[in-house]
Design a protein around this ligand. Structure first.
Ligand code: AMP
Ligand code: ZN
Length: 463
């Protein structure tokens, strides 16, 4: 079955056609490791995980590379400000290397907690300075660069396709709203490929280069590492929507300027996650991490479920109320799975195939996770399906959704709690809501909570 994906190049849904039959090579812009990943950053990685799982579900052999940015990303995405790693080091009175290691480790833990399949390789920018220098030399040879004020710049006037990804208006007003004033730049859209110490004399991370001792601009690392691991032409590149106008636009200019041919076929971007309609960012300091959520008693899978409730390329607003709904839905689902696992009956192959095709159609249609979740809930409570059929379907759906739905340990509910539950069920049937509420409180006092379905109810230990 075809997979349709919204390609930012062209802004429309396209059938995915791999460069090599049965294989999909994808690159994801990784985290800048100067602080913990916030839940907005993590949206970008849950999204690329769903994309990868969908490709694998469709039997593609996926090679996924995601870099670790540990140098060169300045406090503005353009060329102004301080290196974020240096800023983190000052803040915590540590070396930049210690900062990078600490936050890389924390990010790896977050990925594990969120059941994100680890990319095949997660190369660090600082381990690829040689490759970046080689690429800049190639650009120099192709006449795409110039030197000014001690830095090497990319001359965007030499790359006619520069506006193509972001549909940029290449006028002065647009340029000025995007970048600060740098008198060394010939054109406002130009960007730095290599900084020498003339500009940032206190930079701790420095390397020798043909242009003097210094450090790379941020964008060059992704062009250098993706081409090293995936070749000079590959299938898919992902990131957050904020990367379209600067980072990814500059990555294309560098790669196509160096290789002189098309670099990436499909660009996919996840929408922004906001809190209370505001922008969440590490630099603004108002960020929520996965640890913030787990400390409040949420399971990482509940956050994953919350994310899957929206289409990946739409904005999403985080709130604890929305997360609570995800928590309740997950609890009900897991309680159902426990019940389903118990029953011993037969697989209905015809129904199984039908519901599997339904799911594949949904997920292959631009990763429609909200609809996929709706189908999952529907299947889990479908009276017409045998338990074995439900179980096998849930197992299969979860290969893509990654919600660890089968990892349910049954709790032994104490007899007195079960007795209270059946008394309460009776009260509900008789519409004696005062009694039912009283019994709910009694159950709660014993450390259990009641989750109501349409006709039935489930009791769970309060975590
Ligand atoms: P950074 O560490 O700044 O390079 O960001 C890592 C990834 O997180 C990038 O793909 C960004 O586009 C993405 N990102 C950052 N903030 C958000 C947000 N609030 N919502 C969604 N994605 C985000
Ligand atoms: Zn990148």
């Amino acid at each position: 079955m075809d997979i349709k994906l919204t390609n930012t190049l062209g802004r429309k849904k396209e059938v995915f056609k791999p460069i090599k039959k049965g294989e999909a090579n994808m690159y994801t812009c990784g985290l800048t490791v100067y602080n913990y990943a916030h839940i907005g950053n993590l949206r970008a990685y849950v999204f690329s995980d769903i994309l990868k799982r969908t490709l694998q579900f469709n039997n593609y052999k996926v090679k996924h590379i995601e870099n670790i940015t540990d140098v060169g990303h300045l406090t503005s995405d353009a060329d102004e400000g301080e290196d974020k790693l240096e800023k983190g080091a000052k803040r915590e009175k540590k070396t930049v290397w210690e900062i990078a290691q600490h936050y890389t480790d924390a990010f790896m833990d977050d990925m594990k907690e969120l059941n994100i399949i680890k990319p095949k390789n997660m190369p660090k920018a600082t381990d690829h300075i040689k490759e970046m220098i080689q690429l800049i030399k190639k650009l120099e040879k192709n006449g795409c660069t110039y030197e000014a004020g001690g830095n090497i710049y990319y001359d965007t006037s030499k790359f006619k396709d520069y506006p193509k990804l972001a549909k940029l208006k290449m006028n002065e007003e647009a340029a000025q709203s995007r970048v600060g004033k740098d008198p060394n730049k010939k054109n406002s859209f130009d960007f730095v490929l290599w900084f020498t110490k003339h500009k940032y004399s206190s930079h701790e991370m420095e390397w020798d280069s043909p242009w003097g001792r210094g450090f790379p601009g941020w964008h060059i690392e992704c062009s250098a590492m993706s081409s090293k691991y995936l070749g000079e032409h590959f299938d898919i590149h992902t990131g957050g929507v904020d990367h379209i106008p600067i980072h990814h636009t500059n990555e294309i200019a560098q790669s196509e300027g160096a290789f002189q041919h098309k670099w990436v076929n499909y660009w996919l971007h996840c929408g922004w996650l906001t809190i209370d309609a505001g922008k969440m960012s590490k630099s603004a300091g108002n960020f929520i991490t996965l640890k913030t959520l787990t400390k409040k008693g949420y399971n990482p899978m509940e956050y994953r479920y919350f994310l899957l409730g929206a289409n990946y390329n739409r904005p999403i607003t985080f709130s604890y109320t929305a997360l609570d709904s995800a928590k309740t839905a997950m609890k009900k689902l897991k309680a159902k799975v426990i019940e389903i696992k118990k029953a011993k009956d037969e697989l209905d192959k015809k129904e199984y195939d039908k519901q599997l095709i339904k799911f594949t159609e949904i997920i292959n249609n631009d990763l429609n996770t909200p609809k996929a979740l709706a189908l999952l809930l529907d299947v889990a409570s479908n009276e017409k399906l045998s338990n074995k059929t439900k179980l096998e379907l849930i197992k299969k759906y979860d290969e893509v959704l990654g919600l660890r739905l089968l990892e349910t340990k049954e709790e032994t509910i104490p007899k007195e709690v079960l007795k209270l539950k059946s008394e309460r069920d009776k009260a509900r049937t008789e519409k004696d809501f005062a009694k039912s509420d009283k019994l709910r409180d009694e159950i709660r006092n014993k450390g259990y909570e009641v989750l109501d379905e349409k006709e039935e109810s489930v009791v769970r230990k309060i975590k």
